[in-house]
Ligand binder design. Structure first.
Ligand code: SAM
Length: 281
């Protein structure tokens, strides 16, 4: 793969910003360069051709932006987090009339449907409003359909069992909950389909965390932003921790990825509660 000079990365980011309005200046350089190298290889272009074409070809620019973002996700990714949400976070909402939740950087929606399943199990589904956003419109289209490849189903099944059927506070308790309650499988056609009653619950919307403010103008009780900020530099991470603080309701909770944490000055604005961060007043 072609290695890219630092100056070309700067030019490339400038073109993406000036021609497309996408500001990648505070994305982690390592991850950005790795993605660009792959893009050049896949598109069979050198860096100069790509930069010059991007200035004229908006369709290509949109495609490149989608290829820069990493969309890896899973059903019940990191089950320990879901156990904490189930046993530590959600019970306090039983007495609240309405719950607002935002999945920021939702990718193809597996995190959204995992949460919906958990809400169903706890009897909180009806009173919860779910909002989900991503920069990439392709992943949002898949999220809305809730149709995935069956190939990784065994991995997901394992996550599902750990997240929903095991009580980490009482390992003797085993909950029986067939995944077929929430998903249909067609091994031959390589399809995993989320059941229709879970679709149309979440409002999906294109939204850029770097340049746009609160996408639905409500205060959220819970914000999920998992495995998104890991691709941003420290400056941008801190800016977003501030933005999320503004968007959270009183005592609201921010759920990050297991390799992400709030450091420095912003950590004073949140109380770390296990794997989650609660907004301080
Ligand atoms: C690795 S996925 C994480 C998906 C899910 N939250 C999870 O943890 O499984 C990161 C997502 O963040 C999105 N993303 C990256 N930059 C973004 C931005 N500036 N604004 C909104 N979404 C962004 C990507 O398109 C991608 O779908």
């Amino acid at each position: 793969m072609e290695t890219i000079a630092e100056q070309d990365i700067i030019t490339l980011k400038k073109v993406l910003r000036d021609s497309g309005g996408y500001d990648f200046s505070n994305y982690s350089t390592k991850s950005f360069v790795r993605r660009m190298e792959k893009i050049l290889y896949d598109y069979k272009m050198d860096i100069y051709t790509l930069i010059n074409t991007l200035k004229l070809d908006n369709e290509l620019l949109e495609r490149v932006v989608k290829d820069i973002t990493v969309n890896t996700t899973e059903i019940f990714r990191d089950p320990a987090v879901w156990q904490a949400i189930k046993y530590r976070l959600l019970p306090k909402y039983h007495s609240q009339k309405e719950i607002n939740v935002w999945h920021a950087g939702c990718s193809i929606g597996m995190e959204v449907y995992s949460f919906e399943i958990l809400l169903c199990e706890l009897g909180l589904f009806e009173k919860t409003n779910i909002y989900a956003t991503d920069l990439n419109t392709d992943v949002l289209a898949t999220a809305e359909k809730g149709v995935y490849s069956y190939r990784n189903a065994s991995e997901f099944l394992d996550n599902y069992t750990k997240a929903l059927c095991v009580n980490p506070f009482n390992y003797e308790e085993r909950i029986s909950l067939p995944i077929s309650k929430y998903m249909d499988f067609d091994e031959k056609k390589d399809l995993l389909k989320i059941k229709p009653f879970l679709l149309n619950k979440a409002k999906f919307k294109k939204h850029n965390l770097v340049s746009e403010s609160n996408p639905f103008n409500v205060k959220y009780d819970i914000i999920f932003c998992r495995n998104v900020l890991i691709y941003f530099d420290q400056y941008l991470q801190n800016k977003l921790y501030g933005d999320f603080w503004d968007c959270l309701a009183e005592n609201g909770t921010l759920v990050l990825g297991i390799h992400e944490s709030i450091l420095g000055a912003m950590s004073a604005k949140y109380e770390k509660k296990g794997l989650m961060y609660q907004k301080k007043g």
